[in-house]
Design a protein around this ligand. Structure first.
Ligand SMILES: *Cc1c(COP(=O)(O)O)cnc(C)c1O
Length: 423
């Protein structure tokens, strides 16, 4: 069979040999050390591993410091009740038909509510990744935008859910990758191309926010279109939890498209595509041609009901209270453990460790009753290993103090920032 053709891939935009080769080593090592593949039940905010687990002792209790439900809305009684109530009211979890043909009103209700909350037009999707996979190719072809095919600039650190769509976009237009937040790179492109679209995170997964004001200047000067994935700051940031981009970007019109997961601080499922200034016709194109946005699976009824309940909480002082509690917890952490992210309202901290010690440190922390995620080479560059800590509103002062004591015991630098609310 040696005469049969072997395929040589171009790997212009992705390379699974590299991705799986590198990623699997990381995951295997994490799992061997009992820091991945954990199965646990939730009990009063504390996770208890089930009996019979290979790596963690049966009944081992730990506080999860690696969960993105920053406001703990995922376990809020009203959110749970909202999901159950909607399911009862509509009597179906998922009515399998494309929304452009027939839909029950559940997702429309949620879209109306989120549109009011965000002061924009919201289209829902089953996840942010799904939304991105549907929208970016439409931007590439100019169907979502002003009709001109844009040069598409993907930020080097754009979340994988965006980077994954490069090859699809490249079949519709030209695609390039820019250095992180490189405004000169973007402006140079704007001078050369009739239309440019820039794709980036609104809030980066290790702190730092997109330069929304500088980008707005380019939007005004050149008509630059910016696609922001602001998943990490939805609910956790801004008045009524509208996120970083919608709080700070001076350009909130058809030149700014924001997608945000509803699965992190918002506490439910799905995603919101946030649009301003697009015609009904364009909205229909999105619904009809945005890939999985128009397959048979909508945001299911329970997710819609839970989302409505969460959106209601966003309209009350309870949201501000939860945000303040989160910020106080972050500030307390910063006062006890030093990280590069200290001082920001961002809920993720990377406690630096060496590649050689990080797994052992993660194990020690886990055995002491806390789960934090170790990240190390090869999943991150050499020299940037560490324990990733995610803080939540529901963590108690005692839990944070105890975690920080354990972290300093495994070599974390002491904190310096005063424990002041950092709103
Ligand atoms: C978590 C995250 C996602 C994934 O969201 P899903 O709704 O699960 O697809 C996408 N983008 C960013 C920036 C994220 O942080």
């Amino acid at each position: 069979m040696t005469d049969r053709k072997q395929i040589t891939p171009t790997h212009a935009y992705r390379n699974n040999d590299k991705l799986v080769g590198i990623g699997n080593t990381f995951w295997d090592m994490s799992e061997r050390n009992g820091l991945a593949g954990i199965v646990a039940d939730l009990d009063d905010g504390v996770l208890r591993t089930r009996p019979g687990l290979e790596y963690a002792a049966a009944g081992h209790e730990f506080v999860n410091f690696s969960c993105c439900s920053y406001l703990d809305l995922d376990t809020h009684p009203k959110v749970i009740e909202g999901g159950v109530e909607a399911l009862r009211r509509y009597g179906v979890l998922d009515h399998c038909i494309a929304r452009s043909r027939v839909q029950i009103p559940a997702m429309l209700e949620l879209e109306d509510s989120l549109s009011e909350l965000l002061g924009a037009t919201v289209v829902c999707a089953i996840s942010a990744s799904t939304a991105t996979f549907g929208l970016l190719p439409l931007i590439a072809s100019g169907h979502l935008g002003n009709g001109t095919r844009p040069l598409m600039i993907f930020d080097r650190y754009a979340h994988i859910s965006m980077a994954n769509v490069k090859p699809v976009c490249a079949d519709e237009t030209e695609v390039v990758t820019s250095p992180h937040h490189d405004l000169d790179f973007i402006e140079d492109a704007c001078k050369k191309y009739a239309r440019v679209a820039y794709v980036c995170d609104g809030s980066d997964s290790l702190g730092g926010y997109a330069p929304v004001r500088e980008l707005a200047a380019l939007q005004d000067k050149y008509g630059l279109l910016v696609y922001y994935d602001d998943s990490h700051s939805m609910s956790a940031y801004g008045e009524r939890g509208i996120g970083y981009v919608r709080s700070h970007s001076p350009v909130l019109d058809e030149r700014t498209i924001v997608v945000m997961t509803l699965n992190k601080a918002f506490g439910t499922s799905g995603a919101a595509i946030v649009l301003d200034g697009y015609s009904k016709q364009t909205l229909r194109v999105i619904e009809r041609f945005g890939g999985a946005l128009n397959y048979s699976q909508l945001l299911n009824t329970a997710a819609c009901g839970a989302g409505l309940a969460s959106a209601e909480i966003h309209r009350t002082g309870e949201l501000t209270e939860l945000q303040d509690r989160l910020y106080r917890n972050i500030a307390l952490f910063d006062s006890l453990v030093g990280t590069d992210q200290a001082g920001s309202t961002y809920p993720i901290r990377l406690v630096p460790m060496s590649d050689a010690t990080v797994i052992e440190a993660g194990r020690t922390v886990f055995e002491a009753g806390f789960y934090v995620s170790p990240v190390f080479f090869p999943i991150v560059p050499r020299g940037t290993a560490g324990l990733r800590v995610m803080l939540r509103a529901g963590h108690t002062e005692e839990q944070i103090r105890d975690l920080c004591a354990v972290l300093t015991g495994v070599g974390a630098p002491a904190g310096a920032v005063e424990p002041e609310p950092v709103r």
